[in-house]
Design a protein around this ligand. Structure first.
Ligand code: NAD
Length: 283
């Protein structure tokens, strides 16, 4: 299947990164959110990110301009009507995502694929909200999308081979390395990662060490590019909490119990980098 035009739903940190990468790849790209001012902020972030690629000599100014000209803003699902693919990247909440999948299913052409960038929610369940479960798949990009190589591809129970192949090929075309996994809570990446992040938060909660100490130990000791608390701030603490809840509910195992300190930070609106405050202060 030839994917030429894509709509990205959600213009937050992941949606913007996905739209940027799609536009750089040469795809006609619609970036959609609930309000146009949010989309414009997303496009401004894309322009900033592309400017850095130009500064570093990884892209010419003409290539940047061409990529930006391929992105169209949207606050109306009607703009999905002529798209071959939707990549949904809204908040990690099944109720919100399922409503979007229903709307996309009702307007998109019969051949279109519906993909979700969810970090942990069941693809099979999202597919059940549509009349095309064989064309629903998980396309899980990593943060920051323009830099990170991996795309974790998740097959729902009914995902067809042709849908899988189309998304695997697209990921490669976007310069990424696809790796596939079954539809289990948290897939591979977050089932493993979030246990480490949660444990680091428990260490902080119990007063075992400062955030700086915890992150230095994990960064230098394990040769990780950043410590688990800094990574949690980058992901967004609301997203980290949602993923841990999916793991806890999905496996029923207390090892996934979110640390109370994480819940408290999220209630306070300390969501990490995106809100200016998390385990570290970014203001
Ligand atoms: P974010 O908070 O930065 O952005 C979410 C966006 O969704 C916001 O712009 C919001 O306005 C929009 N939105 C909410 N409801 C909407 C609706 N009904 N219609 C259209 N747009 C709507 O979140 P994010 O970090 O970009 O995460 C988005 C998704 O990507 C989540 O499913 C998350 O689990 C997943 N993800 C996140 C990371 C990460 O590191 N943050 C990594 C991989 C995957």
């Amino acid at each position: 299947m030839d994917i030429r035009k894509v709509i990205v739903i959600g213009a937050g940190q992941m949606g913007s990164g996905i739209a940027q990468t799609a536009a750089v790849t040469g795809l006609e790209t619609v970036l959609h959110d609930v309000r146009l001012d949010i989309v414009e902020r997303g496009i401004a972030n894309i322009a900033k990110s592309l400017a850095k690629f130009v500064e570093k000599g990884k892209m010419t100014a003409e290539e940047r301009d061409a990529a930006l000209s391929r992105i169209r803003p949207s606050d109306n699902f009607e703009n999905a009507r002529d798209c071959d693919l939707a990549i949904e990247a809204v908040v990690e909440n099944l109720a919100v995502k399922s409503t979007i999948f229903k709307s996309l299913d009702s307007v998109m052409p019969a051949h279109a694929i519906l993909a979700s960038n969810t970090s942990s929610l069941p693809i099979t369940e999202l597919a059940a909200f549509t009349g095309r479960p064989s064309q629903v798949i998980g396309m899980h990009f990593m943060n920051p999308v323009p830099i990170m190589k991996l795309v974790e591809i998740i097959r729902g129970l009914q995902t067809s081979d042709s849908t899988f192949e189309a998304i695997e090929n697209l990921a490669k075309q976007m310069g990424k390395v696809p790796a596939s996994c079954q539809d289990v809570p948290g897939f591979i990446s977050n089932r493993v990662l979030q246990v480490m992040i949660n444990e680091a938060i428990w260490c902080l909660y119990e007063g075992v060490a400062t955030p700086e100490s915890i992150d230095t130990i994990m960064k230098l000791g394990m040769n990780h590019p950043m410590g688990p608390l800094a990574l949690a701030d980058l992901i967004g603490l609301d997203t980290v909490l949602s993923i841990l809840e999916v793991l806890q509910n999905g496996y029923g195992d207390p090892k996934y119990r979110p640390c109370p300190l994480l819940r408290q930070y999220v209630k306070a609106g300390w969501l990490g980098r995106k809100s200016g405050r998390g385990f570290y202060n970014y203001q």
